[in-house]
Design a protein around this ligand. Structure first.
Ligand SMILES: O=C1O[C@H](COP(=O)(O)O)[C@@H](O)[C@H](O)[C@H]1O
Length: 269
């Protein structure tokens, strides 16, 4: 893989923007509008929309108000979808992030073609290094051209946050938190099962055009507060700091954001 170069001169990243919606349904509705706005701007710029999604609780909230829109606002044919992390299991396995997204989202959108969805090569899953390298090559291919020797710049990356503060498959105190030379890294000791996974690294996350954490429910309260109010803890989620002109958002509901002190912003598109 080509050496990594910074994509932008070093300026301070913009502070995260925190939105709090009344419940997870309201969150999903507004998230759909936000995704469509990101999609429209991306199509205007480059005639395609590159999105990376996570697994866990996110796909259901993402799909809810996107899949049934009747206003043709979603330009499905322009979407290129990647996974911010993936578990090293067959794509049909119940632990696979692809399988989850397919069940909650992709299978409900007939316009979305399989070749627009960039999955791991499941024939390689016995070798985590190989899977990560092959997935990195897929990224390099999709972002070829001017960006080929730089870090990929996703139009939008959607992230979850686990109860320990992990995001993607980047876990607290893990050596991958300082990984700077790979875009996609293998991990074979994930504290959350299954242990074998691949994950985007910070060189990818921190060059995205937009990133959004999507967190609903009381179970997210403690880690949301720790990541926004105590960034000095260095939790994996707090280390997501997209380089300018990238922006970072937190889409939360009142249950998740009840105890956070960080200032909330009014949602506007
Ligand atoms: O293991 C994972 O967990 C995180 C968080 O999941 P959640 O269920 O707490 O929302 C998820 O973002 C990641 O993609 C997944 O592999």
């Amino acid at each position: 893989m080509a050496p990594m170069k910074p994509n932008a001169p070093s300026q301070a990243p913009s502070p995260p923007i925190l939105y709090s919606f009344k419940d997870s349904d309201d969150l999903s509705k507004n998230l759909a509008d936000f995704v469509i706005k990101a999609q429209n701007e991306a199509i205007e710029r480059r005639n395609k929309f590159t999105l990376a999604t996570s697994g866990g609780s996110l796909p259901k909230m993402l799909a809810k108000y996107l899949i049934n829109r009747t206003d043709n606002a979603v330009r499905w044919d322009k979407w290129q979808i990647f996974f911010a992390d993936e578990r090293l299991v067959p794509l049909s396995h119940e632990d696979s992030n692809y399988a989850l997204c397919d069940q909650e989202f992709f299978s409900k959108v007939p316009e979305l073609k399989r070749e627009q969805i960039h999955t791991i090569d499941e024939s390689l899953i016995d070798d985590a290094e190989e899977v990560a390298d092959a997935y990195e090559k897929q990224l390099a291919g999709a972002f070829a051209g001017k960006e080929s020797v730089r870090n990929p710049v996703f139009d939008l990356i959607l992230l979850g946050m686990g109860p320990d503060g992990h995001t993607c498959s980047l876990f607290p105190d893990h050596e991958l938190l300082t990984e700077q030379s790979r875009w996609v890294a293998p991990i074979e000791d994930s504290p959350k099962p299954p242990p074998r996974r691949i994950t985007f690294t910070y060189p990818v996350l921190n060059h995205a055009h937009r990133l959004a954490f999507v967190l609903a429910g009381e179970g997210k309260q403690e880690m949301l507060a720790k990541s926004l109010d105590e960034p000095e803890r260095g939790l994996p989620a707090s280390r997501v700091k997209p380089a300018p002109p990238g922006d970072l958002y937190y889409f939360t509901d009142e249950a998740a954001s009840k105890t956070v002190q960080y200032a909330k912003s009014e949602f506007k598109l």
